[in-house]
Write a protein that binds this ligand. Structure first.
Ligand SMILES: Cc1cc2nc3c(=O)[nH]c(=O)nc-3n(C[C@H](O)[C@H](O)[C@H](O)COP(=O)(O)OP(=O)(O)OC[C@H]3O[C@@H](n4cnc5c(N)ncnc54)[C@H](O)[C@@H]3O)c2cc1C
Length: 495
């Protein structure tokens, strides 16, 4: 089939009945649910872009194997041009969502592409797992499916491994093998956008201990598989709030969910890894499923940082405070942060590594540096928006106030900004900025940037340990060599 339209994506959602729990009740029709309607529409727009001649050649290509047009997320990049073609896709989707939707379909489709192109890793443990991963990639590519993922155990007792938790099936684990497949039970978090996706893929960060064999799992199943329960967090918008009052929160809310598996059957042909602690610990670092999507998340993060920077700049300009050096310093800092991330992305694409398969992998050091910086740079950008908008955020009237004829004169007089910025202009801009920096929606976006790629604290420690291995600190050896051949008194003479 190849690329889907937005309508086909929506019809796909409507044809299924996953078990979704939202505020204490079961959702019977996800497409009709107010909370999900707008996010579904935003994702559908991305599918439609694949058919729009303005974007089609930028974000899709003809698959050599099938002759069908497919999304660039499924491209196994073997040339720098193909790597750039993937980046253009990430940019196009991130621009369409202002970088605010982290789990657009390209994200997990890149994960899957990397699993496919590095399936030789799985083959070493079990050729069937490799075969399953390759077939699943082709299935998702050709049906143009949208995946969610849950790779973290629920946050119960982090000081204990999976097999040491109070109950054997608090963390998702295998129960029994049947002729049809593996029965699994327990929970996994935190499946962003799960209610409006087609399938879920399960794998894990490294960290399995001996004794955790039953939890060492990787598989993918349809989101409406019997026994799979999706428990949504409290929505951050109700789906009926005014677009005027919440121009971002009303459109880009990404629901997060806990996935609970009640004796769920994973068919054998959907199993990619099982009962092997070593393979489960190496899956993430050895198959590129961490590094390849870091290219997508880096581009998306850059666009989000750019958006926040532009909002801060516009805000300062609208009330005439960007004439002050302190405000200019804040804004200059954001601009430099933004340009640093942009430069890192460029060099990541130039400093690619060529894998034995011929696939190109964007530079690890640059991509991990972006991952390490964004949890600090994005919250800082939000803080700057809060500092610049100050009390102004707390005087924004509502849509209904702005439209009431008795209030029109006051609105235009007291809510106007500097010369040339009307009351309407200023209120709209401040509402947009408040969604980003004050609303629960904005706080989630901030929490997302801190944690979406794992715990930044442990990530940075892993990065440093890898960095140390590849950096022998030879400059220090060179400097110390002055002592090597001289006695203390000779050294004194040389100096
Ligand atoms: C908005 C949002 C969306 C997300 N979307 C997804 C998604 O789509 N799919 C998905 O799978 N996951 C998703 N995640 C989850 C994300 O992967 C986790 O939040 C992240 O891996 C951190 O795990 P945790 O939240 O369980 O924190 P924890 O691991 O419980 O950490 C809590 C705190 O304890 C510290 N800590 C815990 N263990 C250790 C340790 N061993 N050593 C040192 N310090 C430790 C951490 O530094 C942290 O400060 C999302 C998260 C957020 C916030």
């Amino acid at each position: 089939m190849g690329i889907r339209t937005g309508d086909q994506y929506i019809r796909g959602l409507g044809s299924r009945q996953p078990e979704i729990w939202l505020q204490g009740r079961m959702v019977t029709n996800v497409c009709e649910e107010a909370v999900f309607r707008q996010p579904i529409y935003e994702i559908a727009k991305l599918y439609d872009m694949q058919h729009d001649e303005k974007y089609q050649d930028k974000i899709t290509h003809i698959c050599q194997e099938t002759g069908e047009r497919v999304n660039n997320a499924f491209l196994v990049a073997k040339t720098p041009e193909e790597l750039q073609a993937k980046r253009v896709l990430y940019e196009t989707y991130a621009e369409a969502t202002f970088g605010l939707m982290g789990r657009t379909p390209d994200f997990l489709n890149v994960v899957l592409t990397s699993l496919y192109s590095n399936a030789s890793f799985l083959e070493r443990y079990n050729p069937q797992w490799a075969e399953n991963a390759k077939n699943y990639y082709k299935y998702v590519r050709d049906q143009d499916l949208f995946l969610t993922h849950a790779i973290i155990n629920p946050q119960n007792d982090r000081s204990k491994s999976s097999h040491e938790q109070n109950d054997a099936y608090t963390h998702l684990g295998a129960v029994e093998e049947t002729p049809e497949g593996l029965i699994v039970k327990g929970a996994k978090m935190l499946a962003t956008l799960a209610p409006i996706t087609d399938e879920v893929i399960i794998y894990s960060f490294p960290g399995f201990q001996p004794g955790d064999e039953r939890y060492a799992l990787a598989f993918a199943i349809p989101i409406d598989t019997p026994g799979l329960r999706i428990i949504c967090r409290e929505p951050m918008q109700d789906g009926i709030r005014s677009v005027y009052d919440h121009p971002l929160a009303s459109r880009f809310e990404e629901m997060d969910a806990l996935l609970v598996f009640h004796d769920v059957l994973v068919p054998w042909d959907r199993l990619f890894l099982y009962n092997n602690v070593e393979a489960a610990n190496l899956l993430y670092p050895k198959t590129g499923i961490g590094q390849q999507p870091a290219h997508q998340t880096g581009v998306r993060g850059l666009l989000k940082l750019q958006f926040a920077t532009e909002v801060a700049m516009r805000l300062a300009d609208s009330i005439g405070v960007d004439v002050y050096p302190n405000v200019q310093n804040h804004l200059g800092e954001l601009a430099q942060s933004l340009e640093s991330v942009r430069a890192l992305l460029r060099t990541a694409e130039l400093d690619y590594e060529t894998l034995p398969s011929g696939e190109l992998m964007p530079g690890y050091v640059q991509l991990e540096t972006i991952r390490g910086l964004l949890p600090k740079l994005y919250p800082r950008a939000i803080e700057v928006i809060q500092i610049i908008g100050a009390g102004g955020f707390l005087m924004s009237p509502t849509d209904s106030d702005m439209e009431h004829p008795d209030l029109t004169e006051d609105m235009e007089k007291f809510y106007a900004g500097r010369k040339g910025i009307s009351g309407t202009d200023r209120v709209r801009l401040f509402k947009l900025a408040w969604d980003l920096c004050g609303e629960a929606f904005g706080q989630r976006l901030l929490q997302y940037e801190r944690y979406y790629t794992g715990d930044p604290v442990r990530k940075l420690a892993i990065f440093y340990n890898n960095y140390k291995k590849s950096h022998a600190c030879t400059m220090v050896d060179d400097a110390l060599s002055v002592f090597a051949t001289k006695t203390a008194s000779q050294t004194k003479q040389v100096l």
